[in-house]
Ligand binder design. Structure first.
Ligand code: ADP
Length: 160
């Protein structure tokens, strides 16, 4: 059986914390699918197509990762893909309450699909996409936090 796991999120843009989780999960499952949220409340900087392209470039070497967009509930998307689980990153205790609520709601929507919460390596626990964009916008160095394909796109977004 091909065991697929879904990694849902906004990924605006993907950063090394997301990639750390994807690397670890891709070793545990046969296939990992990034489900990029179209209807994000976060007013994304990058289009869905740009976010998918960055994810695919950044994770190409893993060999069993792909990215798609979805406008559906994650629980429905996972069912359609015949996925066995969802994966989410957990950085701080403060992430836990939100992630716990989402996991419970997803159990309600689809009791067959558990949510796995995974911690990234310590150097990524303070990292999120908003911080990356904020620093890049002010011409700060984010090269240790994002892959080159994201760095290049951030530079072209913010060049004046
Ligand atoms: P963010 O803007 O916080 O990066 P996303 O919606 O893109 O938000 O996050 C998608 C998933 O990736 C969530 O489960 C989130 O907890 C996880 N994630 C975000 N940042 C990190 C990080 N630095 N390390 C591990 N997981 C992360």
């Amino acid at each position: 059986m091909n065991k697929k796991i879904i990694y849902p999120g906004t990924f605006d843009p993907i950063h090394n914390g997301h990639i750390d989780i994807a690397e670890r999960a891709s070793k545990l499952f046969d296939e990992l699918i990034f489900a990029v949220a179209v209807n994000s409340d976060k007013s994304p900087l990058f289009s869905v197509e740009e976010r998918i392209a960055m994810i695919e470039e950044a994770t190409e070497s893993l060999g069993n990762v792909r990215a798609c967009s979805t406008e559906k509930l994650v629980a429905d998307f996972a069912k359609e893909e015949n996925a066995v689980a969802l994966i989410r990153g957990l950085r701080h205790v403060s992430d836990f309450e939100f992630e716990f609520q989402m996991a419970m709601m997803n159990y309600h929507l689809n009791p067959d699909i558990p949510t796995i919460l995974m911690m990234p390596a310590e150097q990524y626990i303070h990292l999120n996409s908003s911080v990356v964009k904020e620093v890049a916008k002010l011409d700060g160095d984010v090269s240790t936090y994002v892959p080159d394909c994201v760095l290049d796109r951030l530079k072209s977004k913010y060049k004046s």
